[in-house]
Design a protein around this ligand. Structure first.
Ligand code: NAD
Length: 498
C-alpha cells in the first residue's frame, strides 16, 4: 500500500516517485510504502500552512483549547485502533502501544488548559502612570521531526502544544512508522482543526533539509539519534530558527547495597527489555555497588531474563516484548553483542540466535545480559537500542556516581536504595535531566517537562509542560503610558483642531 501525505485537510499522493519501505517487523514483510516527498511538496505545504496559521493564530485560545478537548475525546474513542496502528508498524506489544498513545494523550490533556498557560504578565504602575505587560504570541509555522520508537506519543508531544499555542505545524514523522501520525491528523480535523494548520509531510533527509532551509518555518522540534539531533540543531540555528533537538541516551541504574534487590531486578527487567530496549529512557546499564550487591543482583536477574517471552504483538500468549524495527537494527545489535564478547565482557544470556517459530524472517532479538562490562567497551560506549542489559560493577557509591557523570549522555538515570540521604545526594549531584529514585523509567508527567542533558539534548527548553508553551510562543513586552485625558474634565467649547 502506498501511503500519502496529509496536506490542506486531505490525503495527497506524493509525486516524487521515491519511497521508503514500512516493514511488519514480526514477519519481515513490506506492508506499506512511505512517500519521500520532494522539496517543492514541502515548500508548498509550508506556504499553505502559513496562510492557514493566520486564522488559527487569531482564534481565541479557549476555542483552540476546545479543539484539543475534542481531540482528546477522539483519541480515547480510537485508543485500540491507534494502538494497533502503532504495533503493526513498530512491533511493540499492544499494552505497550496503548501506553505510547496514553502518554501522548496526557500532553493533549494539559493543552486543554493552554489559555491559562498563555496568559501574559502584568506590572501595574512600574513608573509614574506606566504599566508593563507581556503577551505570548504564536511563532507562525513550526516543524516537528520525530523518531520511529514512539509513533503516537512523540508526534503528540509536538503537535498538541504547538497547535494550542496558535501555530501551524509541519510534521515529518519517521518514514518507518508514518501511519499513526496520519491517523492523528484525520482525528484532529474531526476535532475541528482548520485545514492546513497541521500538514504531515513524509520524507527523508531531503525533506528535513528543506524544513531547515525554509525561511517561513520559525522553529524546529526534533527527536531522534544524537548525531542527527546535533546536525539539525546546528543547521536550524544557522538559519535563525528556534530549535530544540533531543537525542540518544545511555541510562544507568545504580543499585546500592541497601536496595531491595528483588524490586531492583524487576525494575531492571522492565526498563531494560520493555519495547525491546527501543526507548530513549530504557535502562541499558546496571551499576551495582560492591561485589555482594553485584552477585545478588546477577542471581536475581538471570532467571527473570531467561523467562522473558518474545513474540509478535498479535500473539495470544503474554508477550513481554516484540521484534526490533528493521533487519539492520537487529544485525547491528547482534554485532555489538559480539564485540562485547570479543572485548572481554561476560555474556550470561545470549539473545543473538533467537528464532521465533513461524516468524523466521521477523526482526527478533532474544534478551541478552552482560556482566563485567567496562567503560572502554563498545557495548558501553554505544547506544545499543536493543534488548541488551550491561552490568558495570563498581566498588563505591562515588565510583558509580562518577560513571554516570562521565558518560556523554544525560537523558535519564535511577538509583535504588533504602537511604534517603544517598538518594538525595544522587539527585542533587548527577548531571542528568530526569532522575528516578526507586523508580526505573522517570518519564515526568505531562504537566512537568521532559528533557535530557549533555549529548541527549541540544537547545534549550524541554518538551511538553510549561516549557513547551514557552518554546512555541514568543514574548512581546509592552511599556505603556497614558497622558492625562478625559478624566481631567471635558472640553465644551467649539474650537478648531490645531
Ligand atoms: P533517527 O535519528 O534515525 O531519525 C529521527 C528522525 O530524523 C526521522 O524522522 C528521520 O527521518 C530523520 N533523519 C534520519 N536521518 C537523517 C539525516 N541524515 N538528516 C536529516 N534527518 C534525518 O532516529 P530513530 O532511529 O528514528 O530513533 C531512535 C533514536 O531516537 C534513539 O537514539 C533514541 O534514543 C532517540 N530518542 C530520543 C528521545 C528523547 O526524547 N531524547 C525520545 C525518543 C527517541
Amino acid at each position: 500500500m502506498e501511503l500519502t501525505n496529509w496536506t490542506n485537510g486531505a490525503h495527497v499522493k506524493s509525486t516524487s516517485g521515491r519511497h521508503s519501505d514500512v516493514f511488519n517487523p514480526a514477519t519481515g514483510e513490506v506492508q506499506a510504502k512511505t512517500p519521500l516527498s520532494t522539496v517543492e511538496e514541502l515548500n508548498d505545504a509550508v506556504a499553505k500552512a502559513a496562510e492557514a496559521q493566520k486564522g488559527w493564530g487569531a482564534t481565541n485560545p479557549q476555542r483552540r483549547a476546545r479543539v484539543m478537548m475534542k481531540f482528546g475525546a477522539l483519541i480515547n474513542e480510537h485508543m485500540d485502533e491507534l494502538a494497533e496502528l502503532v504495533s503493526r508498524e513498530h512491533g511493540k506489544t499492544l499494552p505497550d502501544a496503548r501506553g505510547d498513545v496514553q502518554r501522548g494523550l496526557e500532553v493533549v490533556e494539559v493543552c486543554m488548559g493552554a489559555p491559562a498557560m498563555l496568559k501574559g504578565e502584568f506590572t501595574d504602575d512600574g513608573g509614574p502612570g506606566i504599566d508593563l505587560y507581556s503577551m505570548r504570541q504564536p511563532l507562525g509555522v513550526v516543524a516537528g521531526i520525530t523518531p520511529f520508537n514512539f509513533p503516537a506519543m512523540i508526534p503528540l508531544w509536538k503537535m498538541a502544544p504547538a497547535l494550542s499555542c496558535g501555530n501551524a505545524m509541519i510534521l515529518k514523522p519517521s518514514e518507518r512508522v508514518p501511519s499513526t501520525a496520519l491517523r492523528l491528523a484525520e482525528l484532529l480535523q474531526e476535532a475541528g482543526l482548520p485545514d492546513g494548520v497541521l500538514q504531515v509531510v513524509n520524507g527523508d533527509k531531503s525533506v528535513v533539509d528543506a524544513i531547515l532551509d525554509n525561511e517561513d518555518i520559525a522553529a524546529v522540534g526534533f527527536v531522534g539519534s544524537t548525531p542527527i539531533a546535533q546536525y539539525i540543531y546546528g543547521r536550524a540555528a544557522t538559519n535563525g530558527k528556534r530549535a530544540q533537538c533531543f537525542g540518544g541516551a545511555k541510562n544507568h541504574m545504580i543499585i546500592m547495597p541497601d536496595a531491595d534487590i528483588e524490586k531492583a531486578a524487576d525494575a531492571l527487567v522492565g526498563a531494560g527489555y520493555g519495547a525491546a530496549g527501543e526507548r530513549c529512557m530504557a535502562i541499558s546499564v546496571a551499576v551495582p555497588v560492591g561485589k555482594e550487591t553485584a552477585d545478588k543482583l546477577i542471581e536475581a536477574l538471570v532467571p527473570r531474563v531467561e523467562k522473558l517471552k518474545v513474540g509478535p504483538y498479535t500473539s495470544e500468549a503474554d508477550v513481554d516484548f516484540g521484534p526490533v524495527i528493521t533487519a539492520q537494527a537487529r544485525d547491528r545489535i547482534n554485532g555489538l553483542i559480539t564485540s562485547g564478547v570479543d572485548q572481554g565482557a561476560k555474556l550470561l544470556i545470549d539473545g543473538r540466535d533467537f528464532k521465533m517459530q513461524g516468524y523466521e524472517n521477523g526482526f527478533f532479538c532474544g534478551p541478552s545480559l552482560f556482566d563485567d562490562v567496562t567503560p572502554e567497551m563498545d557495548i558501553y560506549r554505544e547506544e545499543i537500542f536493543g534488548p541488551v542489559l550491561s552490568t558495570v560493577r563498581t566498588e563505591t557509591y562515588e565510583d558509580a556516581l562518577n560513571l554516570v557523570i562521565d558518560n556523554p549522555y544525560g537523558n535519564g538515570t535511577a538509583i535504588y536504595t533504602a537511604d534517603g540521604d544517598t538518594a538525595r545526594d544522587f539527585a542533587h549531584r548527577v548531571n542528568v535531566g530526569m532522575v528516578g529514585i526507586n523508580f526505573p523509567i522517570p518519564v515526568p508527567l505531562s504537566y512537568h517537562t521532559f528533557g535530557g542533558w549533555k549529548k541527549s539534548a541540544f537547545g534549550d527548553l524541554n518538551q511538553y509542560g510549561p516549557d513547551a508553551f514557552r518554546f512555541y510562543t514568543k514574548t512581546k513586552t509592552v511599556t505603556a503610558r497614558w497622558f492625562s485625558g478625559i478624566k481631567e474634565g471635558g472640553e465644551f467649547n467649539f474650537k478648531p483642531m490645531d
